[in-house]
Design a protein around this ligand. Structure first.
Ligand SMILES: *[C@@H]1O[C@H](CO)[C@@H](O)[C@H](O)[C@H]1NC(C)=O
Ligand SMILES: *[C@@H]1O[C@H](CO)[C@@H](O)[C@H](O)[C@H]1NC(C)=O
Length: 403
């Protein structure tokens, strides 16, 4: 009898202990989930849910959602079977107004200063007022990079929410992956955006002019803007393939065997739309990969699709001095319009800030037109160099000049 009672007590004790242990472990797991930023960010970005929604869900559902999300995000990118977003982004889905354009900015992961300049030049809020949004396209941190860590990047995403990061390594030979990642994301996740504007992070661009151009294009050529063959930018015709091995643009014959490239758009800035981007992306999945991204996507992939290129060549200056001179002239008591809307920053990350802060007034009729004598060619410190837009990307320069 006594033995039986002891066994009973022991059993009850063990059961109670087990229940307590279970509750404790469960709680612990939960607090781990929500206290660790790293995990929270990964979860958020993969599941398209906000943290507050997540907290109300029972754990089982969390697991289910996670699996569903994985099926979407673990689709390969071209031949990268292990592709995943380190940071996904649902900013278009969350955007409640009509979305005129999504701006995708290829940005080397270590260029946090340049991204800060873009945000300071025009904030996401102000872009939103213009019906636009911006996202920076990043890859993962390469081994040689010692100035930035992934947790800094997660932090940047938490503060600004404007990053999209793939898990492939930053390298100029990986730019085609980044470019396709951006187009695919924009075409699928920003489907209702009327336009996609692709730029590099070291480019100065007049976003007010772009907005005006796109609005007027819709009025004057609605057919083009709604079509699946819209590509506008700086057209490079018949560029010879570089076969000099010392040149950083050297292309081996087995990579591309013709002597000239088909016409393509400079990757500095071009405009397309989701329908066109989707065709280019599909073509990319069915073609050998070529590492010069703008040439490949807007030239080699475009050609068989017979998508015509719309020339905006007069917008572009390849001379960074011109845009500095524009800023100088825009700051004068009687401001003068700039002749160009797109150009390189010449290594000055803050030039974009000055340019955008000073050029806006021209859209309220507060700037003078330039006469011939006042053209930048005539007035810009005689520094006119004949450089034409070409492939160019911050990342490329970073690698090439070891900056
Ligand atoms: C491109 O990314 C892949 C995947 O991360 C990596 O294995 C490869 O080394 C990168 N390419 C270069 C040239 O670094
Ligand atoms: C993907 O294709 C490129 C170009 O053909 C090749 O160099 C690379 O090794 C391939 N990468 C993978 C992961 O298969």
């Amino acid at each position: 009898m006594r033995l039986r009672r002891v066994i009973w007590k022991l059993l009850i004790f063990i059961t109670v202990s087990l229940v307590l242990l279970f509750i404790f472990l469960n709680n612990n797991e939960k607090s781990e989930n929500y206290s660790d930023d790293f995990i929270t960010i990964l979860r958020n970005t993969k599941e398209d849910t906000t943290a507050s929604e997540e907290e109300h869900k029972p754990p089982l559902q969390l697991i289910n959602n996670f699996d569903d999300a994985r099926q979407v995000t673990s689709r390969p990118l071209l031949n990268l079977t292990q592709f995943e977003y380190l940071i996904d982004n649902d900013l278009c889905e969350r955007f409640k107004k009509e979305l005129t354009a999504i701006i995708i900015v290829t940005s080397y992961v270590g260029h946090d200063e340049l991204r800060a300049a873009h945000r300071q030049a025009i904030s996401q809020t102000k872009l939103a007022e213009m019906g636009m949004q911006r996202v920076f396209l990043l890859a993962s941190i390469p081994l040689r990079e010692h100035f930035i860590t992934q947790s800094q990047i997660f932090n940047e995403q938490q503060r600004f929410g404007d990053l999209l990061q793939g898990n492939f390594k930053e390298a100029y030979r990986n730019l085609s992956y980044k470019h396709v990642m951006g187009l695919e994301w924009a075409a699928q996740r920003c489907e209702r955006a009327k336009f996609i504007i692709k730029i590099d992070d070291d480019i100065i661009y007049d976003v007010f002019h772009l907005k005006r151009y796109l609005d007027s294009l819709e009025l004057e050529n609605l057919e083009l803007t709604k079509s699946n063959e819209m590509l506008c930018g700086y057209v490079l015709d018949d560029k010879p393939v570089i076969r000099n091995q010392a040149n950083k643009w050297y292309v081996r014959p087995d990579e591309y065997h013709f002597n000239n490239f088909p016409s393509y758009l400079s990757g500095w800035l071009y405009v397309t739309n989701p329908r066109t981007a989707l065709r280019l992306v599909n073509q990319a999945y069915n073609s050998p990969i070529f590492w010069i991204d703008d040439t490949w996507i807007t030239g080699i992939l475009r050609e068989p699709l017979k998508i015509p290129l719309q020339r905006l060549n007069s917008w572009f200056s390849a001379n960074p001095d011109f845009l500095s001179c524009c800023v100088r002239d825009l700051k004068k008591p009687i401001a003068m319009e700039c002749e160009f809307y797109v150009g390189p920053n010449g290594g000055e990350s803050k030039l974009l800030i000055e340019f955008l802060h000073n050029v806006e007034k021209c859209y309220y009729d507060e700037c003078l037109k330039r006469s011939k004598e006042q053209s930048l060619k005539n007035t810009c410190v005689g520094a006119f160099k004949h450089i034409l837009p070409d492939h160019g990307n911050a990342e490329v320069k970073m690698v090439a000049m070891g900056r």
